[in-house]
Design a protein around this ligand. Structure first.
Ligand code: PLP
Length: 415
């Protein structure tokens, strides 16, 4: 039972979560109200997730009330499922997609599946770009790092051309939870928004909600949710979204901002540079003269697990602290006080990857996390791509697709 041993090792070491899911090892929120015996299926009285008319329909309606003018649908296969279903449905009526750079791999998977044409643009040019009524613009908001930009201006601009906006709000289920938290794109009439409840709210992993403004579009997307999603939804996940919604409605942020301040001060007193993001639940950390990858290792040595590390820094997803939570906050502060910052050996990277230079990428190359493709399938792998790939490999970052590309070109003679 190796997986069981791996997980229990982490629990036994009193691992501290600064990563998703938002329940932080069941120390935030009220998931302990649930019991394994609640893992039921769509029996009499428990409705049908893909054609909800009763209890699940009412839950959808309650959750939709978060934002005026939307219909909502709970999903158990993550935001990935919502993105794929929505893009697939839209591809039937919209001829072209515009993807704002930095999008998650699921966006590209959906476009590939739908056989749709797309173009990538930088966020900085959205409000200067002319769109067309047959287009859909896909924006990741907030970003993984917790940046929130002028989404209102972007949506207004895109709508003025009659184009649609799909916002990937995977990292934004907690937006508007209290004052000082940024607003969702749904405050500004995004046509479709998809939120991972599991990432920032205390819900079980894979719990997501799709919100759609137009009723006809909602029905069309529902058709594909039904195609792509499991027909055996976990009621534990659905219950966890009900719990998370209740948590969201009753949340007060006093505890959160109090502990956040103590945490920032503790890190700063160790010389860690703390960059507060627009989303107060995200912090980006650096340490003078040390690569973020080394800083990341200094945290994990003490069993503090961040969400992600990139060249920009180490990312903490803060718990939504609340009265009565059981998050090990004192232990976290104690461990930070003991932190030591040591350089580490870089992972040696042999020259093997050099054979990829100038080759056509046969499977997208995706550093994970964040899951944003570095090289798309069918694109040429350039010297600059290889430089980034080696840099990531040196720093122990997982890269999906590398092994497949290497195997493909190593075996080329056999093909
Ligand atoms: C920006 C973004 N969109 C979508 C997803 C997919 O969300 P889920 O894990 O809920 O399928 C992720 C996952 O990390 C993400 O970072």
């Amino acid at each position: 039972m190796e997986l069981y041993e791996r997980i229990t090792e982490k629990i036994d070491a009193e691992s501290i979560s600064m990563h998703v899911p938002g329940h932080k090892n069941n120390t935030i929120g009220h998931l302990s109200n649930l019991d394994w015996s609640y893992d039921m299926t769509e029996i009499e009285g428990l409705d049908d997730l893909h054609d909800p008319v009763e209890v699940l329909s009412r839950l959808n309606v309650n959750i939709a009330e978060k934002y005026k003018g939307y219909k909502a649908q709970l999903m158990v296969n993550g935001t990935t499922n919502g993105i794929i279903s929505a893009i697939y449905a839209l591809s039937r009526t919209h001829h072209h997609f515009i993807v704002v750079r930095g999008a998650h791999k699921s966006v590209y998977h959906a476009l590939d599946l739908a056989g749709s044409t797309f173009q990538e643009i930088d966020r900085s040019v959205v409000c200067m770009t002319e769109f067309h009524p047959g287009e859909v613009v896909i924006i990741t908001y907030p970003t993984y790092n917790g940046e929130c930009f002028n989404i209102e201006g972007m949506i207004d601009h895109i709508h003025s051309y009659g184009s649609l906006v799909l916002t990937d709000e995977a990292h934004g289920a907690h937006l508007d939870i209290a004052e000082s938290f940024p607003s969702s794109s749904m405050k500004f009439a995004s046509d479709i928004a998809i939120q991972s409840y599991h990432k920032m709210l205390p819900a079980l992993t894979m719990s997501s909600v799709i919100f759609v403004r137009d009723e006809t579009l909602y029905e069309r997307i529902m058709k594909y949710i039904n195609y792509f999603e499991t027909s055996s939804p976990s009621y534990l996940l659905l219950l966890s979204m009900e719990q998370a919604h209740e948590f969201y409605l009753n949340y007060t942020s006093g505890e959160f901002f109090g502990k956040r301040k103590i945490l920032i001060e503790a890190m700063e007193s160790k010389g860690i540079e703390v960059k507060e993001q627009d989303d107060p639940a995200k912090l980006l950390l650096n340490y003078n003269g040390m690569s973020p990858f080394m800083l990341h290792a200094s945290f994990t040595d003490l069993h503090i697990y961040p969400e992600m590390v990139t060249d920009e820094g180490v990312l903490f997803c803060l718990p939504l602290f609340h009265q009565g939570d059981s998050y090990p906050f004192s232990l976290l502060i104690e461990r930070i006080q003991k932190m030591e910052f040591k350089g580490r050996e870089l992972e040696p990277v042999d020259g093997q990857v050099d054979i990829l230079k100038g080759r056509i990428c046969v499977k997208s190359i995706v550093p994970y996390p964040p899951g944003v493709p570095l090289v798309h399938e069918n694109e040429v792998i350039t010297g600059s791509h290889l430089k980034s790939i080696k840099h990531y490999l040196h720093n122990h970052v997982r890269i999906e697709g590398i092994k497949y590309n290497l195997q493909y070109y190593n075996n080329e003679g056999d093909q």
